[in-house]
Design a protein around this ligand. Structure first.
Ligand code: MN3
Length: 202
């Protein structure tokens, strides 16, 4: 028994021109795959942890035995973050948010443009590698945050609604040093239906 990578829900080229096929192929086929294989390698030392899902491992990372805690934090995080990432994108996505997430955005940020600006700023200012996130805070409002590496706000008890990968591997082949251009283009592939599902989940 071992952890496995979810199938990519669309073809490598499906998010063109906003995310190019070669980036998707390397990102899914090499980077994400390596997080899963490294997670499996770490768990071999404590196979009883296989009863937990990668999401549970991320949520409970402080309870993971210390000798593999950093490996689990980085690689269960890498798996969970990318599993979310592939699902909250789709071909011909984007446009204005719909349904409950549209109301939540208006209630929390005033309007969609303000959310986009805050989220893009969080992604642009993340030094080095990491993620920009929209979480549900304890007051029931959406909030923008960011983490380094493959850290996930779930480890601090937050509910994650969606996030964007701002590691260079997510955009460098097409956008080179222009991370802000990637962040702006990314909204064209957002899957609001999937984000509404995540918002509705406990
Ligand atoms: Mn990545």
């Amino acid at each position: 028994m071992a952890y496995t990578q979810i199938p990519l829900p669309y073809d490598f080229a499906a998010l063109e021109p906003h995310i190019d096929a070669q980036t998707m192929q390397i990102h899914y086929g090499k980077h994400h795959a390596t997080y899963v294989s490294n997670l499996n390698a770490a768990i071999e030392k404590h196979p009883e942890l296989l009863s937990k899902s990668p999401t549970e491992l991320v949520k409970q990372v402080q309870t993971v035995p210390e000798d593999i805690r950093t490996a689990v934090r980085n690689n269960a995080g890498g798996d969970v973050n990318h599993t979310m990432f592939w699902q909250i994108m789709k071909p011909n996505g984007g446009g204005k948010p719909t349904g409950a997430i549209a109301d939540a955005i208006t209630g929390s940020f005033g309007d969609f443009e303000t959310l986009k600006k805050e989220f893009n700023d969080a992604g642009a200012k993340r030094f080095g590698s990491g993620w920009a996130w929209v979480i549900m805070n304890s007051a029931g409002k959406l909030q923008v945050t960011s983490t380094p590496n493959q850290d996930n706000p779930m480890s601090d008890g937050h509910k994650v609604i969606f996030g964007n990968d701002v590691w260079e591997h997510a955009y460098y082949l097409k956008y080179q040093n222009k991370r802000a251009d990637y962040l702006a283009a990314w909204w064209n592939v957002v899957n609001w239906d999937e984000i509404n599902k995540r918002l509705a989940t406990k």
